[in-house]
Design a protein around this ligand. Structure first.
Ligand code: ZN
Length: 141
């Protein structure tokens, strides 16, 4: 079960051969990051070649989806009809992903509560049966 944060008119992301395994994991509500099997460097978004050692071999590291706000912006202009404003785009430093930072949306908080270093956790948004998108909210205490 997931919450909806964005309207149906929101443009869906596009998958390709490199990113498809990531989207398939997301559809099952599993957050993963790509990990080079040669040097163990983790990266996101998925890429066909390791930026550290140029190896094309990789696997998928499951991560818990907890982290902190590295930086953010507050958006006051919609990109889809029916979108609630303002919304927050943030760079999330994931705590167990080998240094990976993920760009996503922060939900479930007032922009006035937002600060660098805010502890956040993953919440899935099911856009359809085949498409789930990771969003982040303040850690629920
Ligand atoms: Zn590598």
């Amino acid at each position: 079960m997931s919450e909806r944060f964005f309207p149906d008119g929101m443009p869906p992301p596009m998958a390709d051969a490199t990113t498809l395994p990531w989207w398939q994991a997301a559809a099952e509500h599993r957050l993963v990051v790509q990990r080079c099997t040669a040097c163990e460097h983790t990266r996101h978004p998925p890429a066909p070649v390791c930026p550290q050692c140029r190896s094309a071999e990789s696997d998928w590291l499951p991560v818990a989806g907890r982290g902190e706000v590295y930086t953010y912006t507050i958006v006051h202009r919609p990109i889809a009809a029916g979108q609630e404003l303002p919304y927050i785009i943030a760079v999330i430093a994931l705590e167990d992903a080998g240094g990976v930072r993920m760009i996503s949306n922060l939900v479930g908080l007032d922009p006035d509560e937002l600060e660098i270093g805010l502890a956040v956790e993953l919440v899935w948004e099911d856009m359809s049966a085949e498409l789930a998108i990771p969003r982040f909210r303040p850690v629920q205490r």
